[in-house]
Design a protein around this ligand. Structure first.
Ligand SMILES: NC(=O)c1ccc[n+]([C@@H]2O[C@H](COP(=O)([O-])OP(=O)(O)OC[C@H]3O[C@@H](n4cnc5c(N)ncnc54)[C@H](OP(=O)(O)O)[C@@H]3O)[C@@H](O)[C@H]2O)c1
Length: 350
């Protein structure tokens, strides 16, 4: 009998916040690499809120997933069989092929080799992976961040937000993080060393709280949450302010585009010469290597803290781990462990 593997597939389209019953685990024959491909045994898989945009069966900024399809996700694993001359068994790679025990790697798609063994493997799925790259290119390419500016980051204790806040601080900016709950805010002003943190769930008047922390106004808003948050912060923007639209976690569960909150405060775009621009981090893929190297050095010298959690429980834990993102349960990048880390990487501290 041929070897079998397992994967998580979409069992029904999500309606509102995702629940574990939207998914099911399926057994399937072990995939076989073709020429130019390799087989990877996943070690860590990631659950990302952006995945939600594909689960309603409706068009979004990425094509919808079909029922029965493997749920797409980033992962890190070890090559166990290769039909590619440049990729050998034993190498560690990051891929984007889904919640599955085994996946096929193909360098014509997304494949990152992980060779820097100074940091735990998990760092390469969070602060040094897509999350950290979104923060880096959002701040540096989209916002053209300048030292001395005042930056507000929303969902600031999340995977993208925690990288964005710290990178802005490292760049010499004043940084205010907006997050839900005292534990997240304590982390932002403690280990992450931001200038201020605002608990939006406890603050009746968010704009007033931001204005108190930044009476000079806001030069850059790095937003992960959505239009309702942006609309409240626009009146605080300074001349030539920039708004980076990184994500819309507040809107992912609203399947009707017309029901998503709008932005009303558009007059300030004229009076204050504001700019608002989104990004898709893969547009910057050719430049990831330099950003990864700089950020890895910041992590090694202690100026940049990774923020991730690794949940046990294997593939079975993945749907519930994903659903918890929309209840604010995660601390930074949420990962699920499928296999132990290789011996030659530092042990994961979480
Ligand atoms: N543009 C790109 O290329 C790109 C690439 C990667 C990710 N992204 C986007 O970046 C954003 C952040 O990603 P991430 O992986 O770091 O996720 P994340 O920020 O960790 O997302 C989960 C967090 O979002 C917050 N949240 C959930 N529902 C909310 C709501 N209704 N209102 C306000 N906050 C809510 C919660 O934090 P609190 O407890 O603080 O509310 C929760 O812990 C996502 O929107 C993602 O899609 C964009």
């Amino acid at each position: 009998m041929s070897a079998m593997t397992r994967r998580v597939v979409l069992a029904r389209f999500c309606d509102g916040p995702p629940v574990a019953e939207d998914f099911r685990i399926e057994e399937a024959p072990m995939p076989e690499p073709r020429d130019g491909q390799f087989l990877v045994r996943n070690i860590l898989i990631s659950v990302d809120p952006g995945t939600r945009a594909r689960l309603s069966g409706k068009p979004s900024y990425i094509p919808p997933l079909k029922l029965g399809a493997t749920v797409g996700a980033f992962s890190i694993g070890e090559i166990i069989d290769s039909r590619h001359p440049d990729f050998a068994p034993g190498e560690i790679v990051s891929l984007a092929d889904g919640w599955a025990e085994h996946v096929i790697g193909d360098p014509r798609g997304f494949v990152r080799r992980i060779t820097d063994r100074r940091l735990p493997l998990a760092a390469w799925l969070g602060v040094l992976g897509v999350s950290g790259m979104t923060a880096w290119f959002g701040l540096h390419r989209v916002a053209n961040l300048q030292a001395g500016e005042t930056v507000v980051v929303t969902s600031a204790a999340g995977a993208v937000g925690s990288a964005a806040g710290q990178l802005a601080r490292i760049h010499g900016c004043k940084v205010i993080g907006v997050a839900g709950g005292p534990a997240k805010c304590d982390w932002l002003t403690g280990p992450a060393r931001l200038d201020a943190a605002i608990d939006y769930k406890a603050t009746g008047d968010l704009p007033a709280a931001i204005a108190a922390a930044a009476p000079e106004g806001v030069d850059v808003l790095f937003d992960n949450v959505g239009n309702a948050m942006i609309d409240r912060i626009i009146p605080l923007m300074r001349q030539n302010g920039r708004i980076v639209v990184s994500g819309q976690v507040d809107a992912y569960n609203t399947s009707d585009e017309l029901a998503v909150e709008g932005i009303r405060n558009t007059r300030a775009f004229i009076t204050h010469r504001l700019m608002m621009q989104g990004l898709v981090v893969f547009d910057d893929l050719p430049d990831w290597g330099a950003a990864e190297a700089t950020m890895a050095n910041h992590m090694v010298d202690g100026s940049l803290m990774g923020r991730w959690e690794v949940l046990p429980g294997g593939l079975e834990a993945t749907p519930e781990a994903f659903a918890g993102l929309f209840r604010g349960e995660n601390t930074g990048r949420r990962l699920v462990r499928l296999a132990p880390d290789p011996d030659d990487f530092p042990k994961d501290p979480s």
